[in-house]
Design a protein around this ligand. Structure first.
Ligand SMILES: [Zn+2]
Ligand SMILES: [Zn+2]
Length: 336
């Protein structure tokens, strides 16, 4: 039988919605406060590091009658600013740091010692050029992104989270699941006894989690194939007997299989459209992106190219599309 949000308080789970300025994310980001065995509060995600977001977490703690200094440990579902950005500020307000855990594959995104985005930008620019993005579009796109990175503070000490690890709370236990796709190190929490899945951005009710283009540490291409990994993770998620999903954005929902089947048919339609477009003539990644998203602006470039490339990589892996290289640019054509 399905559960509802009303079933969370008896499990010692409290959802704190936190406002974020990214409308495409699927609504406010959720911070979950979970009652620890023997007292204290476990935090699943920290929220964005903006003043409004930090105030929303503090207000959420007041609402549930708890204090920030009760926080014992923080687990981060993945290395995106809206999920880890407030961790340092919350620990400062708490008065002392607590252990912060993240999957090793996302550690570099949140740790103070990790590479800065600006150090990685040249790799991504070179990659986007190979996908056929014109210089003027790159320049315009670079001007329009980057603001989000002021909304997060990197964390001085981060500990690697271990997939398969069991976390014991006051009224339930959960297993840490690695569900790569949305990011390489995305984690979910799975309470098998109650059928509760903390899904983070792996599974959202209203939006498809963007499989975001990801290069290796030295700019290596193909080190992580986001949509391929995502579809594998989705198949594992579909098999779980979930009664309630606690997502990274928006209210809880049940019937995870209907949401997953909707996503699978969404990607099937997208891939059919790509085969249709490549049936007319071979295209660069950028030409394909423009054909798929004719109304997207330069600020959306990274997300739209990621979406196009993720689907192309799936078709390549199935042997339906072939990549050819010439003049420093890739062209994709139908196989056969
Ligand atoms: Zn995310
Ligand atoms: Zn998010």
């Amino acid at each position: 039988m399905a559960l509802t949000e009303a079933d969370l308080a008896p499990l010692g789970i409290h959802r704190i919605p936190v406002p974020i300025p990214f409308p495409q994310a699927g609504g406010p980001v959720n911070v979950y406060a979970v009652e620890e065995r023997g007292g204290g509060i476990f935090l699943w995600d920290a929220g964005l590091g903006s003043p409004e977001a930090i105030a929303a977490v503090e207000e959420g703690f007041r609402r549930i009658g708890r204090r920030l200094d009760e926080v014992t440990r923080i687990y981060l579902s993945h290395g995106h600013v809206d999920h880890y950005g407030a961790a340092v500020a919350l620990m400062e307000r708490r008065g002392a740091p607590v252990p912060v855990h993240v999957h090793p594959a996302d550690l570099g995104k949140v740790a103070e010692s990790g590479p800065r985005w600006r150090e990685r930008i040249p790799h991504y620019l070179a990659h986007l050029r190979r996908l056929g993005v014109p210089e003027e579009v790159l320049e315009q796109g670079a001007r329009e992104v980057g603001g989000g990175f002021r909304l997060a503070r990197r964390i001085p000490a981060v500990e690697p989270a271990a997939p398969g690890e069991r976390l014991a709370f006051d009224r339930f236990e959960a297993e840490v699941l690695h569900m790569p796709g949305h990011t390489p190190g995305l984690l979910c929490l799975w309470d098998a006894a109650h059928g509760v899945l903390f899904s983070a951005d792996h599974l959202l009710e209203k939006v498809s989690p963007n499989p975001i283009l990801e290069l290796g540490p030295k700019g290596e291409e193909g080190a992580f194939l986001p949509l391929l990994r995502y579809l594998e993770s989705l198949a594992r998620t579909r098999a779980l007997p979930v009664r309630l999903v606690l997502p990274g954005h928006g209210p809880p929902f049940d019937d995870h299989r209907a949401v997953i089947d909707g996503l699978l048919s969404f990607y099937r339609r997208r891939q059919a459209r790509i085969r249709e477009l490549l049936g007319e003539r071979p295209l660069t990644g950028y030409e394909l992106t423009c054909a798929l998203f004719p109304r997207a602006g330069p600020g959306d470039l990274f997300l739209t190219v990621s979406e196009a490339m993720g689907n192309l990589e799936v078709l390549e892996a199935r042997g339906e599309v072939v990549r050819e290289s010439g003049g420093g640019v890739y062209r994709f054509r139908l196989a056969g």
